[in-house]
Design a protein around this ligand. Sequence first.
Ligand code: ACO
Length: 310
Amino acid sequence: MADLEGHFDRTIARDQRIEPRDWMPDGYRATMVRQIAQHAHSEIIGMQPEGEWITRAPSLRRKAILLAKVQDEAGHGLYLYSAAETLGADRAELTDKLIEGRQKYSSIFNYPTLGYADVGVIGWLVDGAAICNQVPLCRSSYGPYARAMIRICKEESFHQRQGYELLLTMMKGTADQRAMVQDAVDRWWWPSLMMFGPPDDASPNTARSMAWKIKRHTNDELRQRFVDMTVPQAAVLGVTLPDPELRWNPERGHHDFGAIDWSELQRVISGDGPCNAERLARRRAAHEDGAWVREAAAAHARKAAARAAR
Ligand code: ACO
């Protein structure tokens, strides 16, 4: 046991990867299952806010892009559930935990999408924040998660660019279109900053996850990186970020920004955001409607196994 633990500690210290068959502390396994499951659930629930706009896309081109993006999110979810399975988690159980409200998913997907500019702003800000958070996770210590993150980040990068390009197009359009973009930015800015999680001094998991190299940066470090990255992009776009305290601080070499309303994040995480009930009801209904597919697949697998055994 001491030897196994020593091997685990040395693997982490050398910046190498923990693989499914390696010994790992129970706490490490539980933390990985928790984070990967929450991440997978976020991808699957994250299909909803934008999926609602597929039938109302303003052109064939926009529709093809949005369809591809939402399909990518389904793929990310499935990829991540597979990564959780390598730790012994049961996919059906994870889904049950999600639809029973026993496991979390990202707060950001509990906000409504009120217009097509929201599709662009989700790509720019939400997927931009996701990239900021997930690129360092390509170096996370658990092998299957880190490797899944490489492909996911490449696809997220396409998502971010399509969003920004959509917004650039709208900003070159009519005054009404520019106003739609600004309104969407005003609504999504603060929730995007909350995606990175509570501030470091109120984040119960960060210290442990950093020591295990599951997380490579703290929540506040990544939030700051996102703000610094986004401010010049907002200037090119010609939108105002809704924070009067946002300004460059030459001494810190970073942008200062206003206080985040942490009570809002707590409310949304605990189930009381604008769309929590709707998102979970829709996921539950999709799961129930899909029961026949699961039954048919299981029956097919049984028949195939019986044929192979003959
Ligand atoms: N939305 C919902 N729950 C959150 C959020 C959020 N924005 N931020 C933190 N939490 C939860 C944590 O999951 C944790 O829950 P739990 O301990 O009850 O399981 C609790 O709040 C306390 O937060 P932390 O101690 O900071 O948790 P952690 O160290 O796990 O950090 C973070 C949170 C940064 C989200 C981390 O889990 C992570 O990097 N996850 C992978 C990325 C991810 O899941 N992205 C999903 C959205 S992006 C997308 O799909 C486009």
